[in-house]
Design a protein around this ligand. Structure first.
Ligand SMILES: [Zn+2]
Ligand SMILES: [Zn+2]
Length: 236
């Protein structure tokens, strides 16, 4: 770890809250201010009982995608919609290296009604991307969750063996194609009930493939826990 002058400056002169423009007033959430952080809302609207996709009607309990092809995880739980302050916070952690945010973000995850589990695994980054971004934000959130819930962390259980294009650069069907057999499981997960942690779920293709690999390796059940889910676009 090199000396980071930018970080030191941030400590001495706390930055402005990127949401409201006021000075950040809490080291825990900085640069986001306390007031804005408390505005992060939990999504409680209607959603698919399996993958969690927000649905238009509370009477739909399973979405079209899950009806067509049932995922191998039992359920996806997520805190909020990938928008507003939650999106800002995830961006700061993921792309701006504000690592301390993994703690309060991990705390949001711990507030979800997660089932008992034997272990926590996280969605991996491919090693070339890990190197570019320097650290895996999902792994750091998982580490926090593991301590908080006292569920053993199982690091590096899932590996990405195929370097796929950034998921944001492709759409819909392409995502599923790109990720086919992109993950492999190492380590013994046989008979285990697992929590699979991801930061943002977009189409669900990544967690579907990870769950497939874990099941193939003998996992008993997989529950997905994510910080946010993006609102599904029409016709994708
Ligand atoms: Zn603010
Ligand atoms: Zn669904």
């Amino acid at each position: 770890m090199g000396f980071d002058f930018g970080n030191l400056l941030n400590l001495l002169f706390p930055s402005k809250c990127p949401v409201c423009g006021n000075h950040s007033d809490s080291y825990l959430y900085s640069p986001i201010c306390k007031n804005c952080w408390s505005g992060i809302e939990r999504y409680t609207g209607p959603s698919c009982g399996i993958c969690g996709t927000p649905t238009v009607s509370p009477h739909t309990t399973t979405c079209g995608n899950c009806l067509k092809s049932r995922p191998l995880f039992s359920k996806v739980l997520y805190y909020g919609i990938y928008d507003g302050i939650l999106k800002e916070a995830i961006h700061l952690l993921k792309f701006n290296g504000v690592k301390r945010l993994s703690k309060p973000l991990g705390f949001l995850l711990s507030e979800l009604p997660l089932p008992q589990a034997n272990g926590i695994v996280s969605v991996p980054l491919h090693h070339s991307r890990l190197w570019k971004r320097e650290f895996n934000q999902t792994a750091s959130i998982s580490r926090f969750l593991s301590k908080k819930l006292k569920i053993p962390l199982m690091p590096d259980v899932i590996r990405k063996i195929k370097d796929t294009p950034l998921q944001t650069d492709v759409t819909g069907k392409e995502r599923f194609q790109n990720l086919k057999n992109a993950f492999s499981v190492s380590g013994n997960v046989s008979g285990l009930e697992l929590l699979l942690v991801d930061d943002v779920i977009t189409t669900g293709a990544t967690v579907r493939e990870c769950a497939k690999a874990l099941k193939k390796a003998g996992a008993k059940s997989i529950t997905v826990a994510a910080l946010a889910r993006s609102m599904p676009k029409q016709n994708t």
